[in-house]
Every structure is written in structure tokens, then in C-alpha cells.
Design a protein around this ligand. Structure first.
Ligand code: FAD
Length: 349
């Protein structure tokens, strides 16, 4: 079988690149083995503001424009409701935090996203004596369903193989990549933290940061917005909420832990005033990078072996933008920005 591209991994990175291929009429085959779960467990929130420091996330304004229209296109293509406008409220811990917020509201760039009105909620389920600030233009992607339905669509069109990609079986001959019975012009690796097993790229400084959520049920909570305090509370519907996530740089295993559950419950109970029960827990490893920028580009020795990785903790915003940049780089020779190009880690520069 001859294709234009082989894609290894179908999380958010893989989906973002596949969409580029579909839009441009390229043929491809995806390999996916369910070994990583980062995209499938993600909260799905897109929010351009860093809510710890009240600053704008890296290139967030531009990425937001690309991302929202990207996900709406995917929604139309799959005929499924996947995008939801979801307000994000930042719970203030002190008067000082309130003041910092209102100061930041005046900053160029941030004024588009931080509401300058103090939000006083009538919901007594949450203790919020200093009230809330509202972030504008936020929302939630139903990422688990998006991957599920997109995968089904690929399956129907014979474009996905549910199998582990075996790096030992890859051969590069006369400018083509051969893998088992497939001959391809290019291969793009989008394995998230699974990149650690990839001999072509495992020299890159992907660190990985484990995140866990608990899923709670509470009839009394009645939240319509996502609340950001020491943890996020994200409404899922039917009185269910995601609470989290944890950030752990040490543990690189994929399983859920009692320690994370206890940490999240402790933080939640500092401000949640109504009963709840924990009904589930999920875990995944964020593909984070030393310098907090994505890993995009082409292998130094092989011009048809590429990577799209390092989406970190904001994959929903970043994925669509960097996928388009990689596609334009491969197909149209457009140079990559220096701060995302993997060449920044070449010892020889
Ligand atoms: C708890 C948690 C909460 C998060 N919340 C948010 C959020 O609210 N908003 C946000 O923007 N981001 C969030 N993120 C970050 C976001 O999930 C990541 O940025 C994004 O999912 C990374 O996508 P990816 O496709 O690069 O990696 P992954 O999702 O890990 O996908 C890689 C895929 O490759 C497959 N794979 C790997 N190796 C192989 C192989 N050899 N053969 C075949 N297949 C292979 C894996 O099975 C996997 O499906 C969160 C992450 C976590 C862990």
C-alpha cells in the first residue's frame, strides 16, 4: 500500500495533523495502541490565561482563533456536538488577589480576556468570600468523544490500525519510509509521552508531568461554570464534575494513585460546602518539555521523518496551530519558528 503519510499516535497531536491531511486531500495511515491517555483524560478546557499569575499564555490569542474554528470544523465533519462555551471563574483567595486581577485587566492583550467586573455568585455550595473574576472566550472540548468518533470515522475509511508501532521495522529507502506492507512519503510521530520509546527522537528533552482527576457526584453543587481555585471544578452534566488536576514531575507511571485522590479531596474540601462522593479517577502523562514549548520539526538525518509533540498542559489551544505549521513546513517548505523547532536542541545548533 502506498500513502503520503504514516501517523504514529492518535491523541490530540495525531488528530490535529490528520485534519491537515484530510483538508489537503493527502492519503495516510494512522497507528494507535492506547498506551498513552493524556488526551483522553484531559479536562478539555481552553483558556488563554495563566490563572496562577494572571498573564497571557504563550501566543494564546492567535492560537485561540485557530483552535475554535478547527474544533467547529471537526464538529461539523463528525456531526457531533463537541464544543461548548463554558465560562471559567477564578475564585479569589484574598483582597490582594482581587487587586492583582483588576490591575491585570488593564494590560494590553489581557484586557480582551479578563472581565473587569467582580462576579458575586449566589451559589452557596462554594465558599467564596472574595468572589470571582471571569475569563472571557473560554470553553470546553469533549475531547474523549472527539477522539472516539474521529477514530470510528477513520476505521470506516480503513485509515487506522489499532496496533503498536514497532520502531525496529521501519526502513528508509530512496527517500521513502517503508513499514511492513506500507510505503509512505513521510512519517509523523505524535506519540505524546510514548516518544520516550522512539529511537529517532528520544534524545529530545520531553519531561512528562503526570496529572490525575477525581470525578465526583454532587446533587447540591449545581454549577454551570468551571471554577478555578486550588483545583479546577469542571461540570460534566448529570451532577458529575471533574476535580483536579494534580501535577507530578516524578511519577512516570500511568496508573491512578491514592495519594492524588487524597490531595485533590483535601484541596476541594477547603472551599466546597456540600456533600459529594468520588465516583471515578483518571490519570495521564502530559507531554511537557524543559522549555515549555512544543517539539515540532524534521529529523536531522532523515528528511521524511517528523515529530509533533510537547503540547504540555495546553494541548487543546496549541495543537491545531502547530499541526498547521508542521504541515506547511513539510509540504511548502515554510520555515518553522525557532522557539518550536526541535533544531533548538541540536548540540551543534
Ligand atoms: C489530567 C490532565 C488534564 C489535562 N487537561 C487539559 C485541559 O483541560 N486543557 C488542555 O488544553 N490540555 C489539557 N491537558 C494536556 C493535554 O491533554 C495534552 O497537551 C495533549 O493531550 C497531548 O496530546 P498528544 O496527542 O501529544 O499526546 P497523547 O494524548 O498522549 O497521545 C499520544 C497517542 O499516541 C499513542 N502512541 C504512543 N506510542 C505509540 C506507539 N508506539 N504505537 C502506536 N500508538 C502510540 C498513544 O496511545 C496516544 O493515544 C491535560 C492533561 C492531563 C494529563
Amino acid at each position: 500500500m502506498n500513502v503520503d503519510y504514516i501517523i504514529v499516535g492518535f491523541g490530540l497531536s495525531g488528530l490535529s495533523f490528520v485534519e491537515q491531511l484530510e483538508k489537503n486531500g493527502k492519503s495516510f495511515m494512522v497507528y494507535e495502541d492506547s498506551s498513552q491517555t493524556s488526551s483522553r483524560v484531559a479536562g478539555g478546557i481552553y483558556n488563554p490565561v495563566v490563572l496562577k499569575r494572571f498573564t497571557l499564555a504563550w501566543q494564546a490569542s492567535e492560537q485561540l482563533r485557530v483552535a475554535v474554528s478547527f474544533y467547529k470544523d471537526v464538529e461539523d465533519k463528525l456531526c457531533k456536538k463537541l464544543v461548548e462555551d463554558l465560562p471559567v471563574l477564578r475564585r479569589f483567595n484574598s483582597v490582594e488577589e482581587q487587586n492583582n486581577w483588576f490591575e491585570s485587566c488593564g494590560n494590553l492583550g489581557l484586557n480582551e480576556f479578563l472581565s473587569s467586573e467582580l462576579v458575586r455568585s449566589k451559589n452557596t455550595a462554594i465558599d467564596a468570600p472574595f468572589h470571582y473574576g471571569k475569563v472571557k472566550h473560554t470553553g470546553k472540548i469533549d475531547i474523549n468523544n472527539m477522539l472516539f468518533f474521529y477514530s470510528e470515522y477513520l476505521h470506516k475509511n480503513n485509515k487506522i490500525i489499532k496496533d503498536s508501532f514497532d520502531y525496529d521495522k521501519i526502513e528508509v529507502k530512496e527517500g521513502l519510509v517503508c513499514y511492513k506492507n506500507i510505503v509512505s512519503k513521510h512519517i509523523v510521530f505524535t506519540e505524546g509521552f510514548g516518544m520516550k520509546n522512539n529511537p529517532f527522537f528520544n534524545h529530545l528533552p520531553l519531561q512528562g508531568n503526570k496529572g490525575e482527576y477525581i470525578i465526583i457526584k454532587s446533587e447540591a453543587l449545581q454549577l454551570k461554570e468551571a471554577i478555578k481555585s486550588s483545583v479546577f471544578i469542571i461540570p460534566l452534566g448529570q451532577d458529575m464534575y471533574k476535580v483536579g488536576a494534580t501535577y507530578n514531575n516524578e511519577d512516570k507511571t500511568s496508573g491512578k494513585t491514592l495519594h492524588a485522590k487524597e490531595e485533590l479531596q483535601k484541596k476541594l474540601e477547603r472551599f466546597l460546602k456540600v456533600p459529594y462522593s468520588v465516583v471515578d479517577q483518571v490519570a495521564g502523562i502530559r507531554p511537557t518539555v524543559k522549555d515549555r514549548k512544543p517539539l515540532i520539526g524534521t529529523h536531522t538525518d532523515y528528511q521524511n521523518i517528523h515529530i509533533l509533540n510537547g503540547l504540555g498542559s495546553r494541548g487543546i489551544l496549541i495543537g491545531p496551530t502547530v499541526a498547521k505549521k508542521l504541515y506547511d513546513h513539510i509540504e511548502n517548505g515554510v520555515l518553522l519558528d525557532k522557539d518550536i523547532d526541535i533544531k533548538r536542541f541540536n548540540i551543534l545548533g
